[in-house]
Design a protein around this ligand. Structure first.
Ligand SMILES: CC(C)(COP(=O)(O)OP(=O)(O)OC[C@H]1O[C@@H](n2cnc3c(N)ncnc32)[C@H](O)[C@@H]1OP(=O)(O)O)[C@@H](O)C(=O)NCCC(=O)NCCS
Length: 185
C-alpha cells in the first residue's frame, strides 16, 4: 500500500487517483479494525478504551457497528483503514446528528479523513432530509481533528468547558457544525 503514496510532498498526500471509498463494516473487517482500535496513539482522543482482543472487536462490530444507522469503514482498495459515523439525535434532538471518525495511524496526515468527511457532508443531508445540522465535538487539544473540520467547511462555534470525559479526564471541547443550508451560501 505504501508504494501508492505520493512521496513528492514529503510523503504526505495520497495520490489524487487513489480512491477513498466508504462502505458498511463487515465481520471480516475485524483484523483491519484492530489496527486502529488496538492502538493507544489512535484511541487517545476517543471516548472508548483501546481494544485488547479480537473477540471484543467482533462483539462491537456485530452488536453496535453493523446495526448502527450510519457507520461506514473508510477504505483504500476496499481494505478498511478507518471508520466514520453519523449518529442521529432523537426527539427534540432529531434535527441534528453527531459526526465521528477514526483512522489507522500509518495513514494520518494524508488528507484521508478530510476527504471522507467531505463525502459524508455532500450526501447525508440528501439521505436524511429531516437533518438540519451535522455537528462534531472535538477535544481542544486534538489539533488534527479540529483541522479536518475546518478544511471540510465546518463552522467553529465555541468551546464547551469540561464537556466530556476522555480517558478519565473531563475535557474542554470545541463544537463544530455544518448546516444543510451552509451549502447554499
Ligand atoms: C484526527 C484524525 C481523524 C485526522 O485524520 P487525517 O486523515 O490524518 O486528517 P487529514 O490528513 O485530512 O487532516 C489533518 C490535518 O491536521 C493537521 N495536524 C495533524 N496533527 C496536528 C497537530 N498535532 N498539530 C497541528 N496540526 C495537525 C495536519 O497537518 C492536517 O492539516 P493540513 O492538511 O493543513 O496539513 C486522525 O488523526 C485520527 O484518527 N486521530 C485519532 C482519532 C480521533 O482523534 N478522532 C476524532 C475524535 S474527535
Amino acid at each position: 500500500m505504501e508504494e501508492n503514496l505520493d512521496k513528492s510532498g514529503g510523503g504526505k498526500r495520497i495520490q489524487e487517483s487513489m480512491e477513498i471509498t466508504l462502505r458498511p463494516i463487515e465481520l471480516s473487517d475485524v483484523e483491519d479494525f484492530m489496527v486502529w482500535a488496538a492502538d493507544d496513539k489512535v484511541t487517545r482522543f476517543c471516548l472508548w478504551d483501546t481494544y485488547t482482543s479480537k473477540e471484543q472487536a467482533l462483539n462491537y462490530i456485530k452488536n453496535y457497528a453493523i446495526p448502527h444507522p450510519w457507520l461506514k469503514v473508510i477504505c483504500i482498495e476496499n481494505r478498511a483503514i478507518g471508520a466514520i459515523s453519523v449518529t442521529p439525535g432523537s426527539g427534540f434532538d432529531q434535527c441534528r446528528a453527531e459526526l465521528g471518525y477514526v483512522l489507522s495511524y500509518k495513514y494520518w496526515c494524508k488528507g484521508i479523513v478530510t476527504r471522507a468527511v467531505q463525502m459524508v457532508a455532500s450526501t447525508i443531508f440528501k439521505e436524511w432530509p429531516h437533518l438540519e445540522r451535522l455537528q462534531a465535538t472535538v477535544a481542544t487539544d486534538n489539533e488534527g481533528s479540529k483541522r479536518v473540520l475546518e478544511k471540510a467547511g465546518f463552522q467553529r462555534e465555541g468551546v464547551l468547558r469540561k464537556y466530556i470525559v476522555i480517558k478519565g479526564k473531563p475535557k474542554d471541547v470545541v463544537m463544530f457544525s455544518l448546516l444543510s443550508t451552509d451549502f447554499l451560501v
